[in-house]
Design a protein around this ligand. Structure first.
Ligand code: THU
Length: 128
């Protein structure tokens, strides 16, 4: 799966984001080591702390479907700014991938960056 293709899927997924409070709609798309693709969106809540980011939605869909290893994930928003995964999402990604996981961050403007999880979360906390 090409990084650009994954980013396009993240942009498309964004259409169903549930973000009535921040109006900041985010889409994510990941591919597992077995080549399966899952998308996710941010799901906000009136109790703001109960909000789930797009990346974690995609990860939880994949894991609940039996997948255990993520090869790459793309995250996308509208506008000019490049969205990077929050700290909680980085930690969740570290549970299901290694330091070489590609993280593609982009926007509808067409700009995007590619980093590894090891770059975005060095020395991740792991128990196994
Ligand atoms: N959000 C994501 O979905 N992913 C990120 O990487 C950062 C933030 C969401 C959470 C919330 O719904 C909105 O963006 C504003 O923080």
């Amino acid at each position: 799966m090409e990084d650009r293709e994954l980013l396009q899927m993240a942009l498309k997924a964004k259409a169903t984001a549930y973000a009535p409070y921040s109006r900041f709609e985010v889409g994510a798309a990941l591919v597992t080591d077995r080549g399966k693709v899952y998308t996710g969106v941010n799901v906000e809540n009136a109790s703001l702390g109960a909000t789930n980011c797009a990346e974690r939605t995609a990860v939880f869909k994949a894991v609940s479907d039996g997948e255990r290893k993520i090869a790459a994930i793309a995250v996308a928003t509208d506008g000019d700014a490049i969205p990077y995964p929050c700290g909680i999402c980085r930690q969740v990604l570290a549970e299901f991938g290694d330091a070489g996981m590609r993280i593609i961050c982009g926007s509808s403007s067409g700009k995007f960056t590619v980093h590894t999880l090891g770059e975005l979360l060095p020395h991740a906390f792991k128990l196994r």
